[in-house]
Ligand binder design. Structure first.
Ligand code: NDP
Ligand code: 2IT
Length: 457
């Protein structure tokens, strides 16, 4: 038995601090992972006090250690005949509620810290959806920018040639994330099928509609984020209609968040990519953004050549200087810091819903909550993507497919449930109005209860 469990006299705070210290010691230099754990542990004291059995059974200690982390070499040959070597990862963080589930990220910044922070958050996000899925994440430091279609294909094939050993429809089910969309999932799926010699649609989600994908999965994260935002706003009797909105990024999550926000009457005035941001005071023309980013694979600055009334500004994080009432960070982690939060508050911000994972720094989160800004944390607000992934798995198991509206209705209901559960958990544990804590606690309680039932594993 660990010293922590025997030491009943130490206060809850000391106990939680000691857990955090162990995480730092065991995962040196992994700042993003430390940050995600820190934010989570800030919500845990009242839960641990009300449920001494969690401490007794070392639930937190076990949760913080991934069940498994694999890292592997991904060799591939580029269009010039040169051999390239990347590093692949899969973290299988927690399988209490179901098969490991979570996306694959292809981006040059990927390392074990990024994968572990994403995998850790995924556990609670997935629990919040109410679907039977555990938490995992993976990816590679491969940079898809500027690569030809054939290079992407060869990379995906090499990646899957190693990854296939660790996944399966009842074991671990990857999907997309930054740099991994429908095209990459197709190549990954094809290679898995070729290696295994059988068609197992349940091994990946985000598949093409023609071979086992679910309608509305492409839209799910962005739409879900807006459904969550609607709940947040309606708690104060507010609506999206006519609200000036800024959405960072111009990828999968951002584009469909903009689409649903516009459908509900919001005026989206700015969006970005990693190079900079555009401002269109008359409202972003989404067809142009889709053409540039989804069809041509171009840069967001190209927008101004189509719409000269818009302006382009270098530097993506300055997007938060654009005045707005609604801010939706939908690009990447730590893209919204305390200075940005201060500027947004000064410019009349009402609400934030996080489409990206951990887009706000911890200082920014504290500032926004202290200033009574409606705040939809990532684990809750962007859970719509993985929720519809779970619906894709369900359709694959039944060998049938639901209509777009059926899936969209289920998504809406799931987002409303997540909102209600987070509000309720915050209230029960003394964090009323703080959905960061509410989402952490609601997700954690579901996992912790099932962990107790499954014994010390
Ligand atoms: P995409 O690859 O489709 O789009 C990513 C967007 O963010 C692009 O506009 C990209 O710009 C920008 N971006 C990426 N990295 C950076 C960076 N370091 N600095 C500034 N901008 C950056 O990814 P998704 O839309 O799928 O993912 C966006 C976020 O949403 C991520 O945090 C992801 O983890 C999260 N998420 C995704 C889900 C999904 O279903 N896809 C589900 C839940 C969360 P550029 O084009 O220049 O690279
Ligand atoms: O961060 C996320 O929730 C995702 N990238 C989606 C994961 C999934 O399995 O659909």
């Amino acid at each position: 038995m660990s010293k922590l469990i025997q030491d009943h006299t130490s206060t809850t705070e000391t106990y939680i601090q000691s857990i955090y210290d162990t995480v730092i010691k065991r995962n040196p230099g992994e700042q993003e992972f430390h940050q995600a754990v820190n934010e989570f542990l800030e919500s845990m004291a009242p839960v641990i006090e009300q449920h001494p059995e969690y401490r007794q059974h070392a639930v937190l200690e076990r949760l913080l250690e991934p069940e498994r982390l694999v890292s592997f070499r991904v060799p591939w040959v580029d269009d010039h005949g040169q051999v390239q070597v990347n590093r692949g990862f899969r973290v299988q963080f927690n399988s209490t509620l179901g098969p490991y589930k979570g996306g694959l990220r292809f981006h040059e910044t990927v390392n074990s810290s990024i994968i572990k922070f994403l995998g850790f958050e995924q556990i609670f996000k997935n629990a919040l959806t109410g679907q039977p899925i555990g938490g995992g994440k993976g990816g590679s430091d491969f940079d898809p920018k500027g690569k030809s279609d054939m290079e992407i294909m060869r990379f995906c094939q090499s990646f899957m040639t190693e990854l296939y050993k660790y996944i399966g429809s009842d074991v671990d089910v990857p999907a997309g994330d930054i740099g991994v969309g429908g095209r990459e999932i197709g190549y990954l799926f094809g290679q898995y099928k070729r290696i295994r010699g059988g068609n197992e649609p349940g091994i990946l989600t985000g598949k093409g509609i023609g071979y086992g994908g679910s309608l509305a999965r492409t839209e799910a994260t962005g739409y879900g984020c807006i459904y969550f935002l609607q709940e947040l706003l309606s708690s104060r009797g507010l609506h999206l209609q006519g609200r000036r909105t800024v959405v960072s990024g111009s990828g999968n999550v951002s584009i469909f968040a903009m689409e649903k926000a516009q459908e509900l009457g919001a005026i989206v005035v700015a969006c970005s990519d990693s190079g900079g941001y555009i401002v269109d005071p008359n409202g972003i023309k989404l067809d142009t953004v889709k053409q540039i980013k989804l069809v041509e694979g171009g840069r967001i600055r190209d927008y101004v050549t189509h719409h000269p009334e818009a302006s382009y500004h270098y530097g993506s994080t300055d997007i938060w200087s654009v005045p707005c009432e609604i801010a939706l960070p939908c690009a990447t982690q730590n893209e919204l810091d305390a200075a940005a939060a201060r500027r947004l508050i000064g410019n009349g911000l009402i609400a934030i819903a996080e489409g990206a994972n951990m887009p706000s720094t911890l200082d920014a989160v504290h500032l926004l909550l202290d200033n009574d800004i409606l705040f939809g944390p990532a684990k809750a607000a962007n859970a719509g993507g993985v929720a519809v992934s779970a619906l894709e798995m369900a359709q694959n198991s039944m060998r049938l497919s639901w209509s777009f509206d059926e899936v969209d209705d289920k998504l809406k209901q799931i987002m409303q449930h997540i909102y209600r559960d987070s509000v309720q958990a915050a209230k029960t544990y003394g964090f009323e109005g703080n959905l960061v804590a509410g989402a952490n606690i609601a997700g954690f309680r579901r996992v912790a209860e099932a962990m107790l039932q499954q014994g010390i594993i």
